[in-house]
Each structure stands twice: as structure tokens, then as C-alpha cells.
Ligand binder design. Sequence first.
Ligand code: NDP
Length: 450
Amino acid sequence: MEFKNSYLQGVYETVQRRNAGEPEFLQAVREVLESFEPVLEKRPELEKTGIIDRIVEPERMITFRVSWVDDSGKVQVNRGYRVQFNSAIGPYKGGLRLHPSVNASVIKFLGFEQVFKNSLTGLPMGGAKGGSDFDPKGKSDGEVMRFCQSFMTELYRHIGPDTDVPAGDIGVGAREIGYLFGQYKRITNQFVGVLTGKGLTYGGSLARKEATGFGLCYFTQEMLAEMKQDSFAGKTVVISGSGNVAIYACQKATQLGAKVVAMSDSNGFIYDEKGIDLAVVQEIKEVRRGRIKEYLDAVPTATYTQGCRGIWGIKCDIALPCATQNELDGDDAGKLIANGVMAVAEGANMPSTPEAVAKFQKAGVLFGPAKAANAGGVATSGLEMSQNSMRYSWSFDEVDEKLRHIMVGIFHNAYDASKEFGDAGNLVMGANIAGFLKVADAMQWQGVAY
Ligand code: NDP
């Protein structure tokens, strides 16, 4: 489909030419550029200043070899990445992903999205992302440690507390952040806030672990209240994934009065009509690093189905995709709509395909896009950076309250922008525009050699 605006069409064709064979990155750029059509009508000078041409090109992209020794003594080689996408409003900030599917396209799509997400939080953070095609699944602690140490032995020269502050993402939790931090400190001889998601004993923030899932629910609660005068209370919820985001989304949705009936991992999904017993899931996933099907050992009345996609066939009022990109397609959206879903909010990054998003919007389903709905994680990372700079720690309740306040603010910024630019309630457009305008303004002030 062509853009109505010929300038945007030209920008997109350049991005396609420069990034051929990178479908995830092109998908993310196209969605954002589509939102800019009404912005260019009001702000035609953006074409002359080339802000949009510049914002789709990363400031810097680093790839590097990561060699490490496995438990049998054999040398293994992975590829490491860090994309430093935009630093107009603050130091680069964004997570590290360890998963076999990681490649340049995935890292660039995530880095690009991060620019707008970080801007939406209202905190001074630029956008970045990184990771490797290393698969932590099935590896021993020693292997994960040696990989992380090798990864940081190159990455350390590109990051710093005022330059670039990585965090966790898929496959990177407390264990990996600890090994990465230890190696950074060893090499630089500096104890500084160079990573977020740290353990509480060495500079981590209370409520960071919970932040993305909790934030997703605070955003969804505000969206339901403002746009449907409704809430989580009494609703049936389906959550994909059973990792960091999914677990704390389940906890908060339940606290807000909903019943979560299904969760998944990359092999399959569980359905528990009585409501998921989260302590069982946490024991399997956080303590034993096991598989979601083991839930049935503790709760034999639940069911397990092989294949994770079938989860979207379960009847629910609210769907929270919290696993990975493109996990919910047009057919899945059709099933959710036929079953009467009223709201979908994205905990994962870009979990819904463009066809799925279009179907939800056409059917009048409330739709909270990832950039806005899952920004609670990076927002709380921003709060961790503030605490590190102050050498001070806030209580759990203080951080949680700041997080809630930020998520409510993000919803209203996106909703207000959707109204101002002529498509009230289109939060995809609203989030993209609200995130963009602040970065665009900062880039303009800082001149062209940027
Ligand atoms: P985790 O590694 O903790 O968990 C990921 C979950 O998703 C696991 O249950 C995993 O199953 C499942 N999963 C991964 N790949 C697939 C796949 N291809 N198909 C089906 N299921 C899959 O990661 P997080 O919870 O941290 O991240 C989940 C999503 O949320 C990602 O999109 C991430 O970018 C996004 N996000 C995370 C933030 C954070 O603070 N952690 C912040 C903002 C966004 P399995 O165990 O079988 O691999």
C-alpha cells in the first residue's frame, strides 16, 4: 500500500532499499510512518528539516563476535549487537535480548520502537537495543556466565552511565544482568549505574521486576476507564507468555479483580477456568526454569494444549499478548473478536501483526499498542537510573506509585494526540505522534550534524 504523502513514500522506499531483507524493521517503520500523515499536514516544515529521514536511520549499529567456552571445553561463537538509535533526548537506553531468533532486523525494529516509547515516558532517555543469537535455554549457569562475560568484554567500550544504559529483555533477567554488571565493573574499575534491572543488593530498584507487567495493567485500566467507563473487575483475561512481563501482568490483573485463565510458553498453553495459580507458574518459571505444561502436575484440573497460537481461541474480555513479536495474526484477531474481546493491550513488543491491529480497530476493540502499554519497564529503569545517580533507594510503594502515574500520563498523551490529529481513540497513531514530536523538537534544536 502506498502512502498518501509522497514525501513519506520516498522515505519509506529509501528505508526499504537500505534495509532489504529486514522484515521486522520495515514493519515497525511502516507503522510509524503511516501515523505521520496528519502530522505532515500540520507541520510541512518537517520535510525540509529532514527529521523523518534522520529518525529512521540509527545513529550507530555495532555488531561483534562473542566467543565463549562451553562445558565440554569447546569454543562456541555467537554474534552480538547493539543499535544506538537516537540520543536526542537522553543517553541511549534499551534492553538486551538473548534468543536464537535475534538478528539485525529484530534488533533494529526494537531499537526504533524504543525511541518513541522512551520519549512517551516523559523521562530523558534515548532509544537503543541489543542482544545476541545465543540461546540461554538448556545452558548451565557457568555457560551463561562465560557468554555474558565475553559479550561485555566488547560491549563495555560502547556504553556508560551517561552514554548508553542497557537492561533486560527476552532471555535476560537478574542472572544475566548480574554477570554483565560484574564484568563491566571488573574491566572499568567503576561501580556505576551502567545497567538497569540490577539486583537489590547492588543498585537495583524495587518494583523494576514487576514494572512492565504492572505498568501494562495500569495503562489498560486507564484505557478501560476513560474510553469505556469500565475496569478489570470481573473480567476474564488471557495472557500469552509466562516470562517476566506475563507473570507480573497476571499478578496485577488479578489484584485489580480480573480472572486470568490462560498463559503460555513457546511450546504450548495452559487453561485453568478457575483462574491461574500464579505461585505455581512462578515456581516453574522463576525458580526451576521449567516448561508451562508442568502446571498440570500441581493443578490436574487445568488443561495443556501443544502449540502456543491456540491461546487466542479462548473466550476472554481482555487479551494481553506478552510473549514475542508477531505472535497474534489476523486470524487470531478474528477469533478474539468473534468471542467478544473488548480490549487488547500489548505487553510484548509488536506482538500483533498489522492485519490483527487493523481488525481490532475496525471492530471497535480498545487497542493499547506496545510503545505505550509496555513502557512501564523502561520508565522504571529510568527511575533506577535516578536512584543510582542520587545514591538513594525509594520504597516499593514510592516506585510503584511513580510507575502508575507515568502509565496514566502515557495513556492520556497518546489519547490526546489521537484527538488532536483527527482520529480520536486510535492509540497507535496517538502514541507514535506523541512520542515523535518531543524527539523531533530536540533534534531540531540540536542542529543537523546529528
Ligand atoms: P522472558 O524471556 O522473561 O519471557 C518470554 C516469554 O515469551 C516466555 O514465556 C517465552 O517462552 C515466550 N516466548 C518467547 N519467544 C516465543 C515465541 N517465539 N513464541 C511463543 N512464545 C515465546 O521475556 P520478557 O517477559 O522480558 O519479554 C516478553 C516480551 O515483552 C518481549 O517482546 C519483550 O521485548 C517485551 N518487553 C519486555 C520488557 C521487560 O521489562 N522485560 C519491557 C518491555 C517489553 P519460552 O520460555 O518457551 O521461550
